[in-house]
Design a protein around this ligand. Structure first.
Ligand code: ADP
Length: 257
């Protein structure tokens, strides 16, 4: 049986369906990217996968033979989190809280694993530094190390590169890819279709119609073709805006001179 399987799943709020007829299967070592327009229900599905919300219809099955898998979660960063006044080590090890109940101390094995996850994420040297003094990319690595402490072997990442510059974004994607190659199953919500096509093994597209399949099948599907073309157009429009702004700056300078 698959790690996670959704059958005719509907997600939403108090009887209001946001997305329905969702069917997908995630097997060990898969890299699933959940894509779709803003407001299509990606975060709502995420909350349902984390069992913070009940499905409105259908079902989700977790684990093999009904065994529940722990999911490590990397939430979207909020302004409040960026200013969190705790040390890197404290934040990483707090990933064990869900497993051990809310107690302020951790056992030897947990401390060792937290240290190992900080090493994996290349942040061991910052372990005593205050989280809020780190750069955006370093903060994401801290949250990823924390999610690894919480994870059995599934990581759920909600827009993990939002707000990061292109170089740090590429590093973050590489890091996630290396975790996947180590055998960790990845579920990532992203509006970055380029990254989805590059890194994912499977795509779940949520919107007016729902698509689930391998990345290769997605590229050939009507949903994939439409979404890729739209993204391409949006990027072109953005480039034109930047070009026009650059021309304006140069013209302004020339008039001043
Ligand atoms: P996405 O993550 O794809 O941008 P969301 O899952 O955040 O989409 O939102 C899907 C829809 O659910 C939106 O129309 C949104 O307004 C609505 N929604 C989100 N959160 C709530 C909530 N707590 N209560 C009621 N409706 C909500």
């Amino acid at each position: 049986m698959s790690y996670i399987e959704a059958k005719e799943l509907s997600v939403g709020y108090e009887g209001e369906v946001v997305a329905s007829h969702i069917n997908f299967k995630i097997d060990e070592g898969n890299y699933l990217c959940i894509v779709g327009e803003n407001g299509s229900g990606k975060s709502t599905l995420m909350k349902t996968l984390l069992r913070l919300q009940k499905p409105l219809a259908g079902e989700i099955r977790f684990g093999e033979a009904g065994q529940t898998k722990e999911i490590g979660y990397l939430p979207q960063q909020t302004v409040v989190q960026k200013d969190f006044p705790a040390s890197v080590q404290e934040i990483v090890i707090s990933g064990f809280q869900k497993k051990s109940g809310f107690r302020p101390f951790y056992n030897k094995e947990e401390k060792k694993q937290a240290e190992e996850n900080m090493r994996r994420m290349g942040i061991l040297e910052f372990k005593n530094r205050c989280y809020r003094d780190l750069s955006g990319g370093q903060q994401q690595r801290v949250l990823l190390a924390r999610a690894l402490c919480a994870a059995g072997d599934i990581l759920l990442l909600d827009e993990p590169v939002s707000g990061l510059d292109p170089k740090v974004t590429a590093d973050m994607y590489d890091l996630i890819e290396s975790l996947n190659k180590e055998g960790i199953t990845i579920i990532m919500v992203s509006h970055d279709i380029g990254a989805a096509i590059r890194y994912a093994s499977h795509i779940l597209h949520i919107g007016e119609s729902i698509f689930f399949g391998t990345k290769e099948e997605y590229i050939e599907s009507p949903e994939g073709k439409y979404f890729l073309a739209r993204q391409h157009k949006a990027e072109e429009a953005e480039e034109n805006i930047i070009e026009a702004a650059e021309t304006e700056v140069i013209e302004n300078q020339n008039t001043k001179n």
